[in-house]
Design a protein around this ligand. Structure first.
Ligand code: ATP
Length: 199
């Protein structure tokens, strides 16, 4: 599995549609200060579901939309598509190529899709869970991340190992099932109360 391409339109400094092809192996992005190198990694983080503007080096999520320059109008929407090679089948979906898209409007409305089928953020999270490429994964190392990992509490460091070991999926499903069980227990209690009232 590897990233094949990223398409950006209206995202941060990329006002016009821009496509960057990646190939198997190492890709280096070089350019002058302020030319948008980090904006590319922000786009990857964002399309994979990042919800924290701080992690995208901003104050508000709206700041990911091209804000305009002296001679260019601002945009009303930011869109990023990340195309992932899935020929090894690591992503649990029946496609050898997976395109994840995120769109955000100035109104704050967000849309997500997988291979052009609209979906929820949850579907994207589930798709990439335990692959290491998620926003909490270990393969996107932002500036200052290494220092943070070293100084982290043991429990937070454990989460990184759990993602790498591929057990986050099961932990999330377990938590979801526990929540459902709790809700069912509450419902049962209510039913019992009604039965007692009727008797
Ligand atoms: P450095 O080498 O200094 O780290 P860089 O190549 O990583 O720089 P970035 O931080 O990716 O550069 O890009 C910064 C540029 O992106 C700035 O010029 C900033 O004005 C521009 N930028 C960020 N957000 C927006 C936005 N919403 N609209 C327009 N431009 C933006």
């Amino acid at each position: 599995m590897y990233f094949k391409r990223i398409d950006m339109h209206g995202f941060k400094s990329f006002a016009e549609p821009v496509s960057i092809e990646f190939h198997d192996g190492i890709t280096c992005i070089v350019g002058p200060n302020g030319s948008g190198k980090s904006n590319i990694s922000d786009a990857i983080r964002w399309v994979l579901g990042e919800q924290s503007p701080k992690m995208l080096r901003g104050g508000k999520m709206e700041e990911v939309i091209f804000a305009g320059t002296a001679n260019r109008k601002s945009r009303g929407m930011a869109e990023v598509t990340l195309v992932i090679d899935n020929s090894t089948g690591i992503l649990p979906i029946d496609y050898s190529e997976v395109a994840i898209t995120r769109r955000m409007y100035r109104s704050g409305e967000s849309e997500y899709s997988i291979n052009n089928n609209q979906c929820r953020l949850k579907d994207i999270r589930e798709l990439i869970m335990d692959t290491g490429i998620g926003v909490d994964g270990y393969s996107l190392i932002g500036q200052g991340k290494i220092a943070e990992i070293v100084s982290n509490k043991p429990e937070s460091r454990r989460e990184i190992f759990e993602e790498a070991a591929g057990i986050v999926k099961y932990r999330t499903k377990k938590a979801e099932s526990e929540r459902k069980l709790e809700a069912s227990a509450g419902n049962l209690e209510r039913v019992n109360d009604i039965i007692v009232e009727i008797e």
